[in-house]
Design a protein around this ligand. Structure first.
Ligand code: MN
Length: 314
């Protein structure tokens, strides 16, 4: 084990098991952050992955994330249990349930809130992910998509749901701006499958539930297994059953500055975004949320670092 906690594995030469860390989110929720991590900041354009639950929210507020801004990214909300109510500055008001996709494209600027509905199921579990927008797409108008059903298939005890991108002959209707993949894999106990991969993509996989063997590596919830590039297939199997999420994409070549809820290219862009959240109308208004918007935290006095996908500063 190296000093940063990452473990290099023998079976898949480029793979690294990256344990996440716990982060408080809002007043009532703790999430497990799997990206970015110090040794591995991105998988394709996926630049942020939070895993949450299973949380017992019976008789509790559940998720309460007040209105906050985004720029330069898309948010992907994916639930395996529970319900979340999304509001945004475009006027969207959308409940998401397991198997459905909320995809919000911030473009230049948007704000949103996320909360458990007043009446909600007893358990909440899922993923919140961000996709970095490539430069040509990051200044566009914001938009929100809700996909109530996604392409899915069950074969050999494995149910595959394509959340983002194309996998085999299944294609998600979600609109993204770089070659990207997000697939939910529900493995029945005792199942085994060979996933066909694209050598020009890099991949990572996480376990939402259960335990699986990924090309000879044991994977359980709380870590991201980064698989690298150049793979054309991947053996996955489980004894007791597992729920996995496979991330993939063409390696993202643009260095980024990430701070708070912003993805940008320079320190100056981040400082302007913070100013325009504090005063101004760039990020619009979220109506209907019972509570105040989130104030931006203080910026460091030294310039924010621009990093490539490997974490190297420029
Ligand atoms: Mn958000």
């Amino acid at each position: 084990m190296s000093t940063d906690g990452a473990v290099t594995l023998a079976g898949l030469p480029a793979s690294v098991l990256l344990p996440g860390h716990d982060v408080p989110l809002g007043r009532y929720t703790t999430v497990r952050r799997l990206l970015p991590q110090r040794p591995r900041r991105m998988v394709g354009a996926w630049c942020f992955v939070d895993q949450f639950g299973p949380d017992d929210v019976l008789g509790r507020p559940g998720m309460r994330v007040p209105p906050h801004p985004h720029t330069g990214l898309q948010t992907v909300s994916w639930l395996v249990q529970g319900e979340i109510l999304h509001r945004d500055s475009l006027g969207s008001l959308q409940t998401i349930k397991p198997g459905q996709l909320n995809l919000m494209t911030s473009g230049h600027g948007i704000s949103h809130s996320e909360e458990s509905p007043r009446e909600h199921p007893p358990v909440m579990q899922g993923l919140q992910l961000w996709v970095a927008l490539p430069d040509p797409a990051r200044h566009q108008e914001p938009r929100f998509e809700h996909h109530p059903a996604l392409p899915t298939r069950t074969r050999d005890g494995v149910t595959t749901t394509v959340v983002v991108g194309s996998f085999g002959d299944l294609a998600s209707p979600a609109r993204v701006h770089s070659p990207l993949l997000g697939v939910d894999l529900a493995l029945d106990p005792g199942s085994r499958s060979a996933l066909l991969l694209r050598p020009d993509f890099e991949y990572g996989v996480l376990a939402v539930d259960g335990a699986a063997d990924i090309g000879g590596t044991a994977l359980t919830p709380g870590a991201l297994l980064y698989l690298g590039e150049g793979l054309s297939s991947l053996e996955v199997s489980t004894t007791g059953g597992a729920r996995l999420f496979l991330l993939g994409g063409v390696p993202f070549d643009e260095p980024l500055v990430m701070w708070w809820n912003f993805v940008a290219r320079t320190d100056e862009e981040i400082r302007r975004a913070r100013d325009e959240w504090t005063t101004g109308d760039r990020f619009g208004q979220v109506s209907g949320y019972a509570g105040d918007a989130l104030p931006a935290p203080a910026l460091p006095t030294t310039p924010l670092k621009i990093r490539d996908r490997h974490g190297n500063t420029l």
